[in-house]
Design a protein around this ligand. Structure first.
Ligand code: ZN
Length: 358
């Protein structure tokens, strides 16, 4: 029908105005202003400009879904690591699917937090400043582009959120089993209990809790740990691996988000999920001592015994440089899978259940 309507310049101006209203540049604290200033339902896409003094220019994309009535503010972040594609693509689909007319409360999406990492196809770090966004929190307003991005997420997004969900996966060289995780922060029992509940109803096969030992002054480093430190209910999904988009992982992430929104009474989702999960509250890490070529026949999800040989590394001539043994009995949560290995790399995370960490 639109094709039959005669073109009028006035319409074009209106379209442009509408477009400019939908995508606009905002400056500090304007996410908060948007949330207090306007009732829903509406969707608004904004670009928060992030430049630094060494010539990097970019923006943080933020999409605000304001529901039909008041309720919790639920932040969903993907692409803190830009090579973790299943979380990014699941978030794209969620943004297409969620209907603000059926939503209670607000969802704030950050569809790709580290655009530098994503567009440069660089695992872990943003090559523009060689900073890992998931190591940069709380960030620095006067730092490099990634440090400033962390600062904006801390100040603009975490401060206005009730729930902060950071979605990751295995990065380019990592195999990983799908899990949801939270910090067992005993200083904030209410937030911890909610994070635990949201993790347990999300339909993932593994629920992992990490000990929370940092002081209020220590840098949180990780995005969702920053949220936890700031008194927000923070949790993370880990799903997807090895620099690919796995369709089943995209579905698992989406399902998990819908289940969490349902639990928060923000969005209705009554589809069935697997209710069984394995609880793992302790972790042991194996770290590499040298650069070399990496060998391991294990997969994420395999069970290992304490003392079992789990990996080894050789030099470029094939001479064995190191053998790695499991320090504990447990489940391989994630591991390196591709041949290069550098000194200091986390080779493997083995998770297990311990009564001590309950
Ligand atoms: Zn990640």
């Amino acid at each position: 029908m639109i094709l039959n309507i005669a073109f009028r310049p006035k319409d074009l101006i209106q379209y442009i105005l509408l477009f400019l209203l939908t995508i606009q540049v905002v400056y500090p604290q304007e996410v908060a202003n948007l949330l207090t200033g306007q009732n829903g339902p509406f969707k608004k896409n904004i670009r928060i400009e992030v430049d630094d003094t060494v010539g990097n220019k970019g923006f943080l994309p933020v999409s605000i879904f304001r529901g039909k009535s008041e309720g919790p503010v639920f932040a969903i972040v993907a692409g803190v690591h830009g090579f973790e594609y299943s979380p990014i693509m699941a978030t794209q689909q969620l943004m297409q699917e969620i209907d603000v007319n059926k939503l209670i409360g607000t969802i704030i999406f950050i569809p790709i937090a580290s655009r530098g990492s994503f567009y440069n196809r660089e695992p872990f770090k943003n090559p523009e400043d060689s900073v890992n966004l998931n190591n940069a929190f709380p960030g620095n307003q006067k730092g490099t582009i990634t440090q400033r991005t962390a600062h904006i997420i801390t100040k603009e997004i975490i401060t206005v959120s009730d729930i902060f969900l950071d979605i990751h996966g295995g990065d380019a060289p990592e195999d990983l089993i799908p899990f949801v995780c939270y910090y067992n922060n005993r200083k904030k029992p209410q937030q911890t209990a909610l994070a635990k509940r949201l993790s347990e109803i999300a339909g993932f096969p593994y629920v992992v809790s990490y000990p929370y030992t940092i002081s209020d002054e220590e840098p949180a480093k990780y995005a969702f740990k920053q949220a936890v430190q700031d008194g927000i209910t923070g949790l993370s999904i880990e799903c997807g691996k090895l620099g690919n988009v796995q369709e089943e992982d995209v579905l698992l992430i989406k399902k998990g988000v819908y289940k969490m929104l349902h639990e928060m009474q923000m969005y209705t989702d009554t589809t069935p999920i697997a209710e069984d999960f394995v609880e793992l509250n302790s972790q042991a890490y194996i770290t590499s001592n040298e650069d070399g070529i990496f060998y391991s026949s294990l997969k994420a999800g395999d069970e290992v015994e304490k003392g079992q040989l789990v990996a080894y590394a050789t030099d470029e001539f094939g001479a064995v440089l190191a053998e790695y043994k499991a320090p504990v009995t447990g489940t391989v949560l994630y591991k390196l899978t591709t041949p290069p290995i550098n000194k200091g790399d986390t080779i493997m995370c083995i998770a297990f259940y311990s009564k001590e960490n309950e």
